[in-house]
Design a binder for this molecule. Structure first.
Ligand code: FES
Length: 169
């Protein structure tokens, strides 16, 4: 596993936390930095975040488990968040979710054998006008059809296998 934070990041977060009246506001930034380095946030990451911000591990955990883009278990290189809120549901979201499970050969919460994709449900992505929608990394994809999903998965698989830095979860 990579270092939770680089020396530079550690110093920056410690400096910022010391200057802020409410250092806990940094908790998401800190967890995301750890996640970008490691692919997910292990227990040691929660403990480190707490130590930097003056919070208990339980206080950090409360945020980490509330925010569904922070992963407390190992995930694939690309996490597919499929919207299961009302607009998407009423416009074929369930079929999209079913197709993704069939195509990737995994159940919700699962990761493909090659370690590339993890599939998770999520609430509204703010792309209701393009429902059904899903998000991979920082990109939201709407108007999903089987053909479009096939194209997106091929493109994301290729990007995941490239030597460029990991996309944000
Ligand atoms: S309901 Fe799916 S993006 Fe809003």
């Amino acid at each position: 596993m990579n270092a939770l934070l680089t020396e530079t990041q550690l110093e920056e977060f410690r400096t910022r936390a010391a200057e802020m009246p409410h250092p806990r506001e940094l908790v998401i930034d800190l967890l995301r930095a750890i996640q970008n380095n490691c692919g997910w946030v292990p227990d040691e990451g929660v403990e480190l975040a707490g130590e930097i911000l003056g919070l208990s591990p339980v206080q950090v955990e409360e945020v980490a488990t509330f925010y569904d883009k922070i992963f407390r278990q190992p995930v694939g290189r690309r996490v597919i968040h499929v919207c299961d809120s009302i607009c998407c549901w009423s416009r074929g979201g369930e079929q999209v979710y079913g197709y993704l499970q069939e195509k990737l050969g995994i159940v919700p919460g699962g990761t493909t054998a090659d370690g590339i994709f993890t599939l998770l449900p999520t609430c509204c992505l703010g792309a209701c006008g393009e429902a059904p929608a899903m998000m991979i990394g920082l990109t939201t994809y709407g108007d999903l059809t089987k053909e479009r999903i096939n194209e997106i998965l091929a493109q994301e698989r290729q990007a995941a296998l490239s030597p460029l830095p990991r996309g944000e979860g």
